[in-house]
Design a binder for this molecule. Structure first.
Ligand code: HEC
Length: 247
């Protein structure tokens, strides 16, 4: 009799367990602390934090790695200051100008035209109006103003700060000033020799005027380490576990 009762109890509880199973829901968790860690989740909500939000904004003034703040404001005054005082820190070498040309063709020529005369495809199709030629006397562009405009954009022209690195923008800058000279029929600027270029780059590196485009070896190691060691230190089982947890 007792045995029958036990079997009955087992059947009832089994059918209850199966009956409550819902394919659209999460399964039952045994040992839930295996799945729900004690640590805070990056985007979790916990009362201990201000706004109950775990993810915090970086401290004010934080500078992301590989990024250097740009010292001129996005205002007319900032534009005028950059125009007057900012100069290209990259040496005017054939390589830099050629790379600038390639980048210019990708990002700028569609509006400004291959010659910089403001007659690119989008201008011809009247999609964008008011594109100036680089030798427009009223604008009198300089290395500084060209960089400033690439960084912040200007009216219908968007900013190129996200698509290009600081170094790439300065390369484009060299090429834009080249186009301006060509449009004016001015003589070509002479390239800087390799040795001179190297000297310039060394000086620049010491006063960090184009830091952010190149990292020191130490920095690069710093960056590579956490990833590789994490991967290597994990046994296969642990790796599987993290995969399961992510699912
Ligand atoms: C979508 C079309 C478009 C593209 C692409 C574009 N520009 Fe422009 N650009 C304009 C327009 C329009 C103006 C005039 C803006 C104004 O003065 O209102 C302008 C103005 C300029 C000026 C003159 C700014 C001044 O000081 O008066 C420069 C220099 C310039 N662009 C450089 C570039 C460079 C370099 C690129 C590529 C990285 C580029 N532009 C890409 C449309 C474009």
């Amino acid at each position: 009799m007792k045995r029958l009762f036990n079997i009955g109890l087992l059947l009832v509880s089994a059918s209850l367990a199966v009956g409550c199973f819902n394919e659209d829901d999460r399964n039952y968790q045994y040992f839930p602390n295996m799945y729900e860690s004690v640590g805070y989740e990056a985007y979790g909500s916990y009362e201990v934090f201000e706004n109950s939000q775990e993810a915090k904004l970086p401290v004010e003034g934080t500078v992301p790695r590989g990024w250097k703040p740009y010292g001129f404001e996005d205002s007319n005054e900032g534009y005028q200051n950059a125009k007057a005082s900012l100069t290209n820190p990259l040496p005017y070498t054939e390589d830099n100008v050629n790379e600038g040309k390639a980048l210019y063709t990708i990002y700028c020529a569609i509006c400004h035209g291959d010659k910089g005369d403001g007659k690119g495809t989008l201008a011809q199709r009247e999609k964008i109006l008011g594109i100036p030629a680089y030798n427009d006397a009223g604008r009198a562009i300089t290395e500084g103003s060209v960089y400033h405009v690439m960084f912040y954009g200007l009216n219908t022209m968007g900013s190129y700060a996200a698509q290009t690195s600081e170094e790439e923008r300065w390369k484009i800058d060299h090429y834009v000033m080249d186009l301006k000279r060509q449009l004016n029929g001015a003589p070509k600027r002479e390239f800087v020799s390799e040795e001179e270029a190297e000297m310039m780059m060394k000086e620049n590196a010491s006063d960090e005027s184009i830091s952010g485009t190149e990292m020191s070896e130490e920095d690069q190691n710093d960056e590579a380490q956490p990833e590789t060691t994490e991967q290597e230190d994990m046994t296969e089982g642990e790796q599987e576990n993290t995969e399961v947890n992510q699912k």
